[in-house]
Structure formats: structure tokens, C-alpha cells
Design a protein around this ligand. Structure first.
Ligand SMILES: NC(=O)c1ccc[n+]([C@@H]2O[C@H](COP(=O)([O-])OP(=O)(O)OC[C@H]3O[C@@H](n4cnc5c(N)ncnc54)[C@H](OP(=O)(O)O)[C@@H]3O)[C@@H](O)[C@H]2O)c1
Length: 329
């Protein structure tokens, strides 16, 4: 009885302290400037359209000029009065100076950046033995350094404003290592580590960092990855979580970022993965803390069932390949 009372008191006291920490930090986009890397396609383009609908001026950055122009025309139809959409063609993955100059150009046209969304990225899905050594630095450049450069190029301006939002698009493959994603997962896990450290540095400046962990989402990038041919194991494992619409994922990320939420996820699997992998990451709400504290143990058990079913898929595929080899020899 004594221990129960002690535990309950500590729990309630802890929650009271945390409640203070979660003081309201909700922001609006009206009249503000949002920069979206990778805003010419997929989740980034959906976010650009929704940010325009919320009253923001939007700058989208990507490499292909034609795709940027097409996206600009689409976004223009959603802008509110006096708001603008700008496009900048830049490769974000190779040179910090090029990204810095793009960001200065964006601020010159649409004013200080309030929100930066790092959506530019791409994946390669092959078994480790089949990947080329060059695939690993390429994944880091496309997914990690592109986001580091864009963030570095904008952070001084946000600190000057003492306000801002920075979003990183990781992936569920940035929470759990899956067959076929050794190169991609490395880069997406790296984003999370950087984001955790950055959040601690920027919070005193009223700047909130969000890491999004999208599930499989129906975008041109996702379709391209399918056409390039994923290992059967990766396809079968990914199928278990379903396929989501870019608009739904984009809406969740924007809402979570505006609420200053650190981890952004979609769907039941997304919630489960975020809870299991919360680790020492920032908590964003009391409800989140309570569910994590109460459910972490049981979710770990559920997670182990998932892992065991994934291992079975990998083993079955190996047996099929071995049988195929025996037939042909
Ligand atoms: N779709 C999914 O299932 C899924 C799941 C989890 C996480 N994600 C992540 O979510 C983000 C968006 O994915 P998506 O499927 O919406 O992608 P997408 O449709 O392929 O769009 C990618 C965007 O990034 C731009 N981009 C790529 N490399 C770039 C570079 N080096 N410099 C500048 N721009 C670059 C592309 O334009 P250009 O090619 O013209 O440069 C395009 O605008 C990515 O980071 C992805 O890893 C996606």
C-alpha cells in the first residue's frame, strides 16, 4: 500500500511538472513565409499547397525546373490575397554555399523564413550485398546533408526572429531497420539524432523542431522506387503497414509542427512505432507522456511479434531463392 501511494504521488507530481513544460506553443501560418525543399513533388508539394491555403507565402526548392514550374502553377491557385509562391532550382545535396545563396534569395523575395520543411530526399532499396559502396554516401547526401545545409542556412534568421519551425522528413525506416534499407535507414536514423540535439539548442529561442516518420505514401517518389524494383522481402514487410495519401501525411506534419510536436506520425502503426522508440526524445504533450509510460512494456511485446513475422518473411524468401537455385542447377 505504501509503495502504491508513493508511486502514485511521484507519478502525479511528475505529470504536474511536465504540464508546465507543455505550455501552449501553437503557431499560425497567416502572412508567414514557408520554405519547402522537395516542394515540387509528393508530400512536399502537398505541404506547399496546404501552407498556401493556410495563408502563407511559399518557396519551393528542387532541381528540375519544369517540375518546379508545374508545381508553382498548382500552388498559385491556393494562395490567399497578397501571398506569393516562389521557386528556386538548386541541388541541396552537394554544396552548402549553393543552398545558403538559395535561402538568401528566398528571404529576399518573401521575407524571413518562419517554417522550413526538409522534404527533399530519395531512397534506394536493395539488400546490403547488392548495394554499391557509393550508394551509402549518396543516401547521406540526398537525405541528411541536404537537410543539414538547408537548416544551417536558415537558422540564424530564425534565431533573429526568436520564432520558427523546422521539419525533417525521416521515415518509418528511420525508426526500425528493415530488409533492403541499410543505406536509406542509416541516413534517416541520422536525421533523428541531429533533430534531437538541435531541438535542445533551439527551444530557448522559441524554435520548435519536428521529425516526421511517414509510412509508405503514394507519391511519384514512391512509385519510382517500386518501378526500380524492391527486394521481395522489403515489399512484403512494407505491405503490412498499408499505403497512405500524400495529402493526409502532409496535413498531419503541418499540424504537428504548428503545435510544436517533436515526433509526427500517421496511423496506428505510426503511433505504435513512435511510442516504442520515444527513448530520450522530447515529449510534446501530457497525453503522449501518459500513454508512453503506461503502454511502453506491452507495445514492446507487440513490436517483438511484428519483428518475428518480418524474420519469417525473410526466411521464407531465402528458402524460395534456395529452392529456385536447386531447380536450375
Ligand atoms: N513516399 C514515401 O513512401 C515516403 C515514406 C517515408 C519517408 N519519405 C520521405 O519523405 C520525403 C518526400 O518523399 P516523396 O515520396 O514525397 O518524394 P518525391 O515525390 O520523390 O519528391 C522528392 C522531392 O525532392 C526533390 N529532391 C530530391 N533530391 C533533391 C536534391 N538533391 N536537391 C533538391 N531537391 C531534391 C525532388 O525534386 P527534383 O528531383 O527535381 O530535385 C522532389 O521535389 C523524402 O525525404 C522521403 O525520403 C517518403
Amino acid at each position: 500500500m505504501f509503495w502504491l501511494i508513493l508511486f502514485s504521488s511521484v507519478f502525479v507530481f511528475g505529470l504536474a511538472i511536465l504540464a508546465k513544460t507543455f505550455a501552449s506553443k501553437t503557431a499560425k501560418l497567416d502572412g508567414r513565409h514557408v520554405v519547402i525543399t522537395g516542394g515540387s513533388s509528393g508530400i512536399g508539394k502537398s505541404m506547399a499547397i496546404q501552407a498556401a491555403q493556410m495563408g502563407a507565402s511559399v518557396t519551393i526548392m528542387a532541381r528540375n525546373k519544369e517540375k518546379l514550374d508545374e508545381a508553382r502553377t498548382e500552388i498559385q491557385g491556393h494562395l490567399k490575397a497578397n501571398m506569393k509562391v516562389e521557386t528556386i532550382s538548386v541541388d541541396l545535396s552537394t554544396s552548402y554555399d549553393a543552398v545558403k545563396s538559395a535561402m538568401q534569395q528566398a528571404e529576399g523575395k518573401c521575407g524571413p523564413v518562419f517554417m522550413l520543411v526538409n522534404s527533399a530526399g530519395s531512397s534506394v532499396s536493395e539488400a546490403f550485398v547488392d548495394l554499391k559502396p557509393a550508394d551509402f554516401p549518396k543516401m547521406m547526401e540526398m537525405n541528411y546533408y541536404s537537410a543539414v545545409y538547408a537548416t544551417k542556412a536558415v537558422v540564424d534568421s530564425m534565431v533573429g526572429q526568436q520564432a520558427g519551425r523546422i521539419v525533417f522528413l525521416s521515415s518509418q525506416a528511420g525508426q526500425i531497420g528493415l530488409f533492403g534499407f541499410t543505406a536509406y535507414s542509416g541516413a534517416k536514423f541520422a536525421l533523428r539524432g541531429m533533430a534531437e540535439a538541435l531541438q535542445m539548442e533551439l527551444r530557448p529561442h522559441n524554435i520548435f523542431v519536428t521529425v516526421s516518420f511517414p509510412p509508405d505514401t503514394d507519391t511519384p517518389g514512391f512509385q519510382k522506387e517500386l518501378q526500380a524494383g524492391k527486394p521481395k522481402e522489403t515489399v512484403l514487410i512494407s505491405e503490412t503497414a498499408g499505403l497512405f495519401k500524400a495529402d493526409e501525411v502532409a496535413r498531419t506534419i503541418l499540424t504537428d509542427s504548428l503545435h510544436g510536436k517533436f515526433m509526427s506520425y500517421v496511423g496506428l502503426d505510426g503511433w505504435m512505432l513512435a511510442s516504442i522508440t520515444a527513448g530520450m526524445s522530447q515529449a510534446s504533450s501530457l497525453v503522449e507522456v501518459i500513454t508512453q509510460v503506461l503502454l511502453m512494456g506491452i507495445l514492446r511485446l507487440v513490436g517483438l511479434f511484428y519483428l518475428s513475422s518480418f524474420d519469417k518473411i525473410v526466411l521464407r524468401c531465402k528458402q524460395e531463392k534456395d529452392a529456385g537455385k536447386q531447380k536450375s542447377s
